[in-house]
Design a protein around this ligand. Structure first.
Ligand code: DGL
Length: 268
C-alpha cells in the first residue's frame, strides 16, 4: 500500500496547504494534523513552537508517512532544522518554496513578506530569500489580525481592507513589487491584499502564495508517474480539539465541504 504524506499545522489554516497539495499531486493520500487545541503558534516563543512541532511530527510518524510537510509558516520558521535532524523521512517546510517563488516573481528585487510575529521574528524568510539571491531586498512585516479575519471568513469589505491598509503601508513605503503571503491563513485574503496593495502602490504587485509554491515544489520530490496512476487521494484529518465552528472554518480553508471526510480528535 502507498504511504501517505503527513501535513501538520497549528490549526485549520494549513488546510490551504493540503488543498494546494491535493491539487498538484491528486493521487497522494494525505494525513493532516491540526493542533487546534494549541493554536495560535504565531504569538508563542520559538522554544514552545519547536516543542509543539516535534509532538505533531511524532504523531504523524505513527501513520507511516513517507514525507512530512510543515504547513505552518511559524513552525517552518523555527522548527524545520530540528525536525529534519530528528526524522529520517524528507521534511518540507513552506518558507523555502515561498521564498523561491518570491525571488522568481520579483522584477525590482524588492520583496515584501506578510507573516505572523513569530515568523517575522525568526528571520526565516529573509534567510531563505537571500540564500536564493543575495542581491534581494526583503521587508518582512507582521499582520496578526489577518489570522482571526480569515478564521471568521471576513475576507472582503471595509474591515479587512482597513487592516490591509495598515499592514501594507510599510511595504508601500519601500515600494515592493512582490508580496509573499507567509502564513497559512492569508491566502483567503489574497484578493483584498492584492487590491489594496495595488491601490496604495499605484502599480500592480505580484502576490505569492507559499501554500501553492510548496505544493508545486512537492511535485519535484514525489514520484509523479506513480502518483498519477491513481485517480484521487484520500484526506484524513486529525485535530487536537473540535471547536464549535470547526466545520465552517475547515471548509473555508479547504475550499469545499468537509462532509464525508474522516475526522478524528486526538491527544498530543
Ligand atoms: N499557521 C500559522 C502560520 O502559518 C498561523 C496561525 C498561528 O499563528 O498559529 O504561521
Amino acid at each position: 500500500m502507498a504511504k501517505p504524506i503527513g501535513i501538520f499545522d497549528s490549526g485549520l489554516g494549513g488546510l490551504t496547504v493540503a488543498r494546494a497539495i491535493s491539487g498538484s499531486v491528486p493521487g497522494e493520500d494525505l494525513v493532516y494534523l491540526g493542533d487546534t487545541a494549541r493554536v495560535p503558534y504565531g504569538t508563542r516563543s520559538a522554544k514552545t513552537v519547536v516543542r509543539y512541532a516535534i509532538a505533531c511530527a511524532e504523531r504523524l510518524l505513527s501513520f507511516d508517512i513517507k514525507l512530512l510537510v510543515v504547513a505552518c509558516n511559524t513552525a517552518s520558521g523555527v522548527a524545520l532544522g530540528e525536525l529534519q535532524q530528528r526524522l529520517d523521512i524528507p521534511v518540507v517546510g513552506v518558507i523555502q518554496p515561498g521564498a523561491r517563488a518570491g525571488v522568481q516573481a520579483t522584477r525590482t528585487g524588492r520583496i515584501g513578506i506578510l507573516a505572523t510575529s513569530g515568523t517575522v521574528a525568526s528571520g526565516a524568510y529573509e534567510r531563505a530569500i537571500l540564500a536564493e539571491n543575495q542581491s534581494m531586498n526583503v521587508f518582512a512585516r507582521p499582520a496578526p489580525l489577518f489570522v482571526p479575519l480569515a478564521e471568521e471568513g471576513w475576507v472582503t469589505g471595509d474591515v479587512p481592507r482597513l487592516a490591509a491598509r495598515r499592514y501594507l503601508q510599510p511595504l508601500v513605503e519601500v515600494d515592493v513589487d512582490t508580496i509573499v503571503l507567509g502564513c497559512t491563513h492569508y491566502p483567503l485574503l489574497s484578493e483584498t491584499i492584492h487590491e489594496v496593495a495595488a491601490e496604495l502602490l499605484g502599480h500592480d504587485v505580484t502576490i505569492v502564495d507559499s501554500a501553492q509554491a510548496t505544493a508545486s515544489a512537492l511535485t519535484e520530490i514525489l514520484d509523479l508517474p506513480l502518483s498519477r496512476e491513481r485517480a484521487a487521494g484520500s484526506l484524513e484529518i486529525l485535530v487536537t480539539d473540535l471547536p464549535g465552528q470547526f466545520g465552517a472554518a475547515a471548509s473555508r480553508f479547504l475550499g469545499k465541504p468537509i462532509e464525508g471526510l474522516n475526522i478524528q480528535v486526538i491527544d498530543l
